[in-house]
Design a protein around this ligand. Structure first.
Ligand SMILES: [Zn+2]
Length: 399
């Protein structure tokens, strides 16, 4: 197990994981200096910061009208995107007046000497087409989830700083900019017989070491890291580049809940992307997910089964499932409560979609009521693929 003298050791843990202060998944809303805040109005909103949720551009805009987005992206400093908490088909059907109720709420936020609300525009993002959903897409949860908002400068700044407004069951949403898109640090999702709620920290580090070891030994992985290192004009040796590329890696526990309510503990591998380019980052993630099988002694680590199954239909995070959404756990939360909408275990009948998404949409329906499933027959019941992120809105994400 001991590496030869001078060689890098994938099991070395001193000073790791690095860059935690940059890890977007560990951040809360309301970061940095507060901008001008509106005068106290009559709206009761959540004041406590809640977890910051990363929604990469390709996920945010999957299945959105490109024509409409292009028009908004022409004015990225004027528009912001609102993502309703639990947004999706069930939500849209149940809360058709979301735009109006949000507008009424926002009208109460006045700044300084302002006495009248500023001119405002709020419009639903339209789907790319009315065609049947892509394979693996949950109907209730299907994108687009968001709305575009154009409003005054002070309100825009304050909303972006707040990041999430919770003012009632139908008035809870997060706010995302159009002039900056964040990358998720999620890389892979690991499951195995040795990954349980009782797995020790030492065992988790052993698993992580073996993941690194397997990646380091992979020719394509090594080539990608060395190429990126050269591109960034670094003077690191190939071995140092491998250590640096994976020094931020850590395993984050999450629980997947199946259609019978059975929980499976998984570890989500997170790490700092080597590039800010969406396409390059996705190449990196794909590479890691296609390296040779990771083994820990006699135990095989599965990196395929759960990769696209950990995803929250409430806040849209891809690091937890709906039943475990941490966003709604603050004391002064006024939005829907995922915990009070736990789905009943399946009794008889066959579920087409066994993924967590199905569970989540049922949990949402417990709050928002049943939505017509008329199009359900279109579902091909094939959930072997993910939600196909990455087809839309790739390319440069900044500037
Ligand atoms: Zn969530």
């Amino acid at each position: 197990m001991t590496p030869p003298a001078g060689a890098a050791d994938p099991f070395q843990t001193d000073g790791m994981p690095t860059d935690r202060e940059l890890n977007p998944h560990l951040k809360l809303t309301q970061r940095g200096e507060a901008p001008a805040t509106p005068n106290p109005g009559y709206a009761r909103i959540t004041e406590t910061p809640t977890p910051h949720v990363v929604i990469p551009r390709h996920r945010l805009f999957a299945n959105s009208s490109q024509r409409q987005l292009a028009a908004a992206l022409m004015e990225p400093d004027i528009y912001v995107i609102l993502i309703p908490y639990g947004g999706g088909r069930s939500f849209n059907a149940r809360v058709p007046n979301f735009g109006e109720s949000v507008r009424t709420l926002l009208d109460t936020f006045l700044f300084g000497t302002q006495t009248e609300p500023e001119d405002m525009d709020i419009v639903k993002i339209l789907p790319a087409s009315e065609q049947e959903p892509r394979v693996g897409e949950s109907l209730s949860f299907q994108q687009p989830w968001g709305w575009l908002l154009r409003c005054g400068r002070d309100l825009r700044r304050w909303l972006l700083w707040m990041e999430r407004i919770s003012a009632g069951i139908n008035k809870t949403f997060s706010i995302y900019p159009l002039n900056y898109f964040e990358d998720s640090w999620k890389i892979a999702t690991l499951s195995a017989d040795i990954i349980t709620p009782n797995t020790s920290h030492a065992r988790a580090l052993e698993i992580l070491g073996n993941v690194k070891k397997t990646c380091w030994a992979n020719t394509q992985f090594k080539k990608y890291v060395v190429d990126m290192s050269r591109k960034n004009k670094s003077n690191l040796s190939p071995q140092e580049a491998l250590v640096q590329a994976t020094s931020s890696w850590e395993l984050v526990p999450a629980d997947h809940k199946d259609h019978l309510g059975k929980l499976t503990r998984v570890y989500i591998l997170t790490g700092r992307p080597l590039s800010t380019d969406d396409k390059e980052r996705q190449t990196w993630v794909a590479l890691i997910n296609s390296v040779d099988t990771v083994w820990v002694g006699v135990h095989k680590i599965d990196m395929k089964t759960y990769q696209n199954r950990i995803s929250c239909t409430w806040c849209k995070s891809d690091l937890h499932c709906a039943h475990a959404c941490p966003v709604a756990k603050v004391e002064d939360w006024y939005g829907p409560d995922p915990a009070s909408a736990e789905p009943e275990p399946a009794v008889g009948g066959r579920r087409v979609d066994e993924e967590a998404l199905q569970e989540d949409s049922e949990a949402q329906e417990a709050i928002w009521g049943t939505v017509s499933r008329g199009k359900k027959r279109n579902s091909r019941g094939d959930n072997s693929r993910g939600r196909g992120g990455g087809r839309v809105g790739r390319g440069r994400t900044r500037g």
